[in-house]
Design a protein around this ligand. Structure first.
Ligand code: SF4
Ligand code: SF4
Ligand code: FES
Length: 254
């Protein structure tokens, strides 16, 4: 029988965690229905790799930023389904683990250049937000501890700025949309709010405009070419010794 899935593939050359002798500091987990023993202190992602699997999807930054590693799990003898990022959540005993390759959520098509940041824009593009029943399931599902229901309420009221502010740490993992009984695609709604805010509402940054102009005029092309020829050690030294604008008091975005 094939051991492949859309997310994981079993490595042929890794010692099976299931062979590890049971001892203190060893947990029992279930990956795709199969029992493994893994050490304590690992994240879900590392535990899955320890068990002999290689991620072919559902894995990105490994640092809690990209939202690619959405995990659904249940602890044995519990009813509750829980949600987490596999690269952040530590593995627990008797966890039944499932990785989600992605959430096939519908996304509206729009041309940001032709939109206006009016009170009705978010509702017009994503009318399903009006179906929110205030159950707060989305908030409880969010691994970033974002007040998801609150930002949807702000979107319904047409408060683009607050919707963008509250959702700022969204990593688009899609777990909120997986659970919403009203089929709302929260992260697409809030992404539009942030785009509208950035394009039409916030004051423009003079520093950013200047830097974009420099890039368009190829000011840094020569430096980039030199960098490409350096080895890793030199680049690391340059990075450690770099000047940081904020430390020089120059970082103002206007
Ligand atoms: S899960 Fe859906 S219906 Fe429930 S509060 Fe969140 S947006 Fe509203
Ligand atoms: S708001 Fe939704 S998509 Fe964004 S991080 Fe939270 S659960 Fe993930
Ligand atoms: S791998 Fe990027 S958030 Fe987990």
């Amino acid at each position: 029988m094939s051991k492949e899935s859309q997310v994981l593939v079993e490595k042929p050359d890794v010692k099976k965690a299931a062979d590890v002798e049971k001892k203190a500091g060893v947990l029992e987990v279930f990956i795709m229905g199969k029992r493994y023993q893994v050490p304590t202190g690992l994240t879900i992602m590392k535990a899955i790799e320890y068990a002999g699997y290689r991620f072919i999807r559902s894995c990105g930054c490994r640092a809690g930023f990209c939202g690619a590693c959405s995990t659904v799990y249940r602890i044995e003898d519990e009813q509750k389904l829980s949600f987490a990022l596999a690269c952040q959540k530590l593995v627990e005993d008797k966890m039944y683990l499932v990785q989600l390759p992605f959430v096939p959520a519908a996304k509206a098509e729009y041309d940001i250049e032709k939109l206006e940041p009016s009170e009705s824009t978010l509702l017009t593009i994503y009318p399903e937000i009006a179906r929110c029943v205030s159950c707060n399931t989305c908030t409880k599902s969010c691994p970033q501890d974002i007040e998801v229901m609150k930002y949807i309420q702000m979107a319904i009221r047409g408060n683009i700025t607050r919707c963008a502010e509250i959702s700022f740490d969204c990593i688009q993992c899609g777990l909120c949309a997986m659970r919403c009984p009203a089929d709302i695609k929260h992260y697409h709604v809030s992404q539009l709010a942030r785009r509208l805010r950035g394009k039409y509402i916030d004051k423009k940054s003079k520093n950013l405009a200047k830097r974009l102009e420099e890039i368009e005029n190829k000011k840094y092309d020569g430096d980039i070419e030199k960098l490409m020829k350096k080895d890793k050690k030199d680049i690391m030294e340059m990075y450690s010794g770099r000047k940081i604008e904020a430390e020089e008091g120059n970082a103002g975005g206007d």
